[in-house]
Write a protein that binds this ligand. Structure first.
Ligand code: SF4
Length: 380
């Protein structure tokens, strides 16, 4: 499996909690599209000619691209890479961009076959608190319009744990998504990231910090409600109807190769990771000069082990003992020793297939458990 990720670094306005790379000045959008086309050419050999099984437009807000811009990017990708006939081709979109006209043109004139919609909440109070550009009405309407235009492969993002999100609001958000039969849900706990407006507001006392107990309650509600409707909780933040897993994200979690194009995009070739500069002006300048604005690092065994532990433990497939053994005995021995405390306190269990998985009580502690299992390089 190999994949391409394209980072479209523009948004209409800055959501208060967001720490992704984006600019709210759209002036350089046409130049950015040209630069992305150039980077696709420069990086044409990165995946070694492998057939693409996934193309993913993320950001930022890729639904700000117009049809002509999308067509140019697809034309370039298809000219440079073989693309599987059943490739998953995802566009992240915000509800306010998904007019019927936009949906029809995506459906009829591009190969996009999956929409990832940044709904976040179906309540205006939450959306205003988050500084989202859309309303609750946009959120509901775009789901109906997407279905009406034939988009069956939908995933939506929802955020829980925000001070504005009462348990009743959250329950309603979850039920609306489940009633709509959305096959895939990505639900994130609000986090206060450094450098965001939210972090500033919390420091100033203008916003409450995240209420951890409420966040856990809402996460548990979500797990129960999704399970009752037959969704699989296949990754900490992701729920899918049987077989409707996100192929693109699953590729990341399973260590597949991917090429990331655009400012701040990361790439992985199985052994090394590289990342583009997270600055639109510097990215554009480098592309004009035909130079890749990327840094690269060869992953050490410890980094590969840590990454495997962190990502696999978050999935329902778990952390496989056989895979841990491929890192060599010091790592396997360390893992077996450290995992024992979590087996004893009931936050991790080992299945008949020998894979270690988080239990329900372990799921709320996923990050802490993974970091306790990390190999610290200096100890090597
Ligand atoms: S959450 Fe999405 S729409 Fe909001 S600022 Fe971040 S990237 Fe842009």
């Amino acid at each position: 499996m190999s994949a391409i990720y394209l980072h479209i670094p523009f948004c209409k306005q800055a959501c208060h909690y967001c720490n992704f790379h984006f600019s709210t000045t759209l002036r350089s959008k046409p130049a950015m599209v040209q630069a992305i086309l150039r980077e696709l050419e420069l990086q044409r050999d990165y995946l070694g000619g492998a057939t693409l099984k996934s193309i993913y437009f993320g950001g930022g807000t890729p639904s700000l691209l117009d049809l002509a811009e999308l067509e140019q990017i697809f034309e370039k990708i298809y000219a440079l890479h073989p693309v599987a006939g059943d490739a998953e081709i995802t566009l992240e979109a915000n509800p306010d961009d998904l007019t019927l006209e936009k949906l029809r043109s995506l459906r009829n004139h591009t190969p996009v076959n999956r929409l990832s919609i940044g709904i976040q909440s179906f309540h205006d109070a939450d959306l205003q608190w988050m500084n989202r550009a859309h309303t609750a009405e946009h959120a509901r309407a775009c789901l109906q319009d997407a279905a009406a235009t034939g988009f069956q492969d939908l995933t939506i993002d929802l955020i829980y744990g925000a001070p504005s999100t009462s348990d009743a609001h959250w329950a309603e958000n979850v039920q609306i998504a489940l009633d709509a039969g959305i096959p895939h849900l990505s639900c994130y706990c609000l986090t206060v990231e450094e450098g965001t407006a939210l972090a500033h507001f919390v420091r100033q006392g203008r916003s409450e910090p995240v209420d951890e107990a409420k966040a856990v309650r809402q996460f548990e509600y979500l797990q129960d409600a999704a399970a009752a409707r037959g969704y699989e909780h296949y990754e900490i933040s992701n729920f899918a109807l049987p077989g409707r897993y996100a192929r693109h994200n699953s590729a990341y979690w399973r260590g597949a190769k991917y090429l990331g194009v655009g400012p701040s995009a990361h790439s992985f070739d199985g052994r090394s990771r590289q990342w583009n500069v997270a600055n639109n002006a510097r990215y554009l300048k480098s592309m004009e000069a035909g130079e890749l604005p990327a840094e690269r690092e060869q992953l050490t065994t410890a980094q590969r082990y840590n990454e495997y532990v962190m990502t696999s433990l978050r999935t329902m497939w778990g952390c496989a003992e056989s895979q841990i053994e491929t890192f060599g005995e010091p790592y396997a021995g360390y893992f077996r020793e450290e995992i024992r405390q979590f087996m004893q306190n009931g936050t991790v269990e080992q299945g008949e297939d020998a894979a270690y998985r988080l239990t329900r009580s372990g799921k709320v502690l996923a990050d802490q458990i993974a970091s306790a299992l990390f190999w610290v390089e200096d100890a090597e």
